[in-house]
Design a protein around this ligand. Structure first.
Ligand SMILES: O=P(O)(O)O[C@H]1O[C@H](CO)[C@@H](O)[C@H]1O
Ligand SMILES: Nc1nc2[nH]cnc2c(=O)[nH]1
Length: 302
């Protein structure tokens, strides 16, 4: 192996080893700081630093309904000036921790008029705009330890988990605010101009945000099963006659309003995870471990 590749791989391994040395938890499930049996909180800034307002910036290990998980509250964004390698660094570390499923959440603006603030969109697919232009975390020498040079992205959002989530939505009585759709990642940090919004809409984008796609690309590359959801926090203005303008505070407010629903949905999904019979993708055989990457303004959950 090329020496540089070895060095990069060593960095992931060092981070994973450090985390394992600082918690007795071995990831398998939990989130939102609820029902922690033996909480072991690690300040994420020892590992992750995400100074975006409303993002807690913590990494939490614990148990939910008997499953250990690691929950990342906050994330790195490309618009903060981080490289995509850094943005996605935690995903590979989680893989090395033994995690096999990534649950990723985000806040997003809707382009589809039927999606309203407070609605939940299960990600069926994404358009990785930075990735299409070459800003892809997999660029550079391939790390064979994690996955192939040319990984497929069709089916990157597990169909089995999507189906279960919709069932849970019915059970929780929130099916009417849940739907499946296509998420697009743009670079940000500005929200869309009207012309950009119209372009995205024409391209078949249902909701747009500034995150998620790089993490999902890296997770899929290394064989993690992925479930994603967007909390629709605002509509994206598409008309020159519309006086409304989105702001980050409004995004945070919708996150707080929907916190309980998202919490119930993800907890129930976690409790139903069974790698042997509810996945449609190839995943690791043994450990039913899951990482929750809860970024929907997770400060409200703790
Ligand atoms: O995608 P997450 O991190 O949930 O946050 C979304 O909300 C922020 C804008 O309000 C942006 O960071 C956008 O990507
Ligand atoms: N790009 C983008 N990101 C968001 N995150 C939350 N809302 C939005 C939005 O309208 N556009």
């Amino acid at each position: 192996m090329h020496q540089n590749n070895q060095n990069i791989q060593d960095e992931y391994q060092k981070a994973a080893d450090w985390l394992l040395a600082h918690t007795k938890h071995r990831p398998s499930m939990n989130t939102f700081g609820l029902r922690w049996k033996t909480p072991a909180r690690l300040r994420a800034d020892t590992f992750v630093l995400s100074p975006v307002q409303g993002h807690a910036g913590r990494l939490v290990f614990g148990e939910l309904r008997g499953k250990t998980c690691v929950c990342m509250q906050g994330r790195f964004h490309m618009y903060e000036g981080h490289s995509l390698c850094k943005t996605t660094f935690p995903v590979r570390v989680f893989k090395l921790l033994g995690v096999d499923t990534l649950i990723v959440t985000n806040a997003a603006g809707s382009l589809d008029d039927s999606l309203r603030p407070g609605d939940i969109m299960i990600l069926k697919d994404h358009i990785n705009f930075p990735g299409l232009c070459g800003l892809n975390p997999l660029c550079g020498p391939n790390l064979d330890r994690f996955g192939p040079r040319f990984p497929a992205m069709s089916g990157c959002y597990d169909a089995g988990l999507r189906r279960i989530a919709m069932e849970i939505g019915k059970q929780l009585g929130v099916a009417e605010v849940m739907t499946e759709g296509v998420y697009a990642m743009v670079g940000g940090p500005n929200f869309e101009s009207i012309a950009e919004a119209r372009l995205l809409h024409r391209l078949g984008v249902d909701a747009v945000g500034m995150s998620t796609a790089p993490e999902v690309v890296v997770a899929t590359h290394c064989g993690l099963r992925v479930f994603g959801l967007s909390l629709i926090t605002n509509k994206v203005v598409k008309s020159y006659d519309d006086p409304e303008a989105v702001d980050h505070e409004a995004v945070l407010a919708v996150g707080r309003r929907r916190a309980q629903t998202l919490q119930s949905l993800v907890m129930e999904l976690v409790s139903r995870l069974d790698i042997n019979n509810n996945t449609e993708s190839a995943v690791g055989e043994k450990c039913p471990s899951v990482i929750l990457n809860l970024i929907v303004k997770s400060r409200t959950f703790m």
